[in-house]
Design a protein around this ligand. Structure first.
Ligand SMILES: [Fe+2]
Length: 213
């Protein structure tokens, strides 16, 4: 299938997602997954990572008893890296490119804002001179953003589970010191770790698992 038809398929699925979420459906994360699959499944480890983040968000939404917001968190997790899909690349900053695409296709603004701001995007937008572009989106509630970010930060680039500290370290190794990603993660690490602590405090899990974060 061509990237053009994948784009059209993803767009149609997102319109479906929008109608589902407006109607209060609890199956919208499967539409989010389908849209992400249309655009990212040809991207190897990127798609494996997104599948891992989707699974992590599913577990977290259940563990944290976030109620109706769970569907928003799950949808945002599936869609958080959609801006890496080549047809969507515009600014080159994937949270903004992804959020623009989702907004253009009618995805609820709460999901759009979680994608725009996930995993310290404020810091990287600053590094890239794209703060105004990010500010076109409203900041999401921090408790939901913490959950989406935690799912991303406990899933490695190949989709394997890892601790937040391992994940931050692997990002710093993967990107050169002078890259916006490296500089942004260095600057955002304290707030990312604080957000992870807030999520971990509310998780009903083996304390040893949290301690190993
Ligand atoms: Fe991610």
């Amino acid at each position: 299938m061509t990237s053009g038809s994948n784009y059209m398929r993803a767009a149609a699925t997102l319109r479906h997602l929008s109608r589902e979420m407006d109607g209060g459906s609890t199956s919208s994360s499967s539409s989010a997954r389908s849209a992400a699959e249309s655009l990212l499944s040809g991207m190897g480890r990127r798609w494996r990572h997104v599948q891992g983040v989707g699974a992590a968000a599913d577990r977290l939404a259940s563990e944290l008893h976030v109620g109706a917001a769970g569907d928003v968190v799950r949808a945002a997790a599936w869609l958080h890296d959609i801006g890496y899909a080549p047809p969507l690349v515009d600014t080159g900053f994937h949270p903004v490119d992804g959020a623009r695409f989702l907004r253009a296709h009618g995805v609820p603004e709460l999901v759009v804002s979680l994608v725009a701001y996930h995993t310290g995007a404020v810091f990287e937008a600053e590094q890239r001179g794209l703060a105004d572009e990010l500010a076109a989106f409203a900041e999401p509630p921090s408790e939901l953003l913490d959950v989406v970010t935690f799912a991303d930060l406990t899933t490695g680039p190949d989709g394997a589970e890892m601790s937040v500290t391992q994940r931050l370290s692997e990002i710093l190794v993967r990107y050169p010191e002078d890259s916006p990603v490296h500089r942004a993660v260095t600057a955002s690490s304290p707030s990312l770790l604080a957000g992870a602590d807030r999520v971990a405090e509310h998780l009903v899990v083996d304390p040893a698992t949290v301690a190993s974060r």
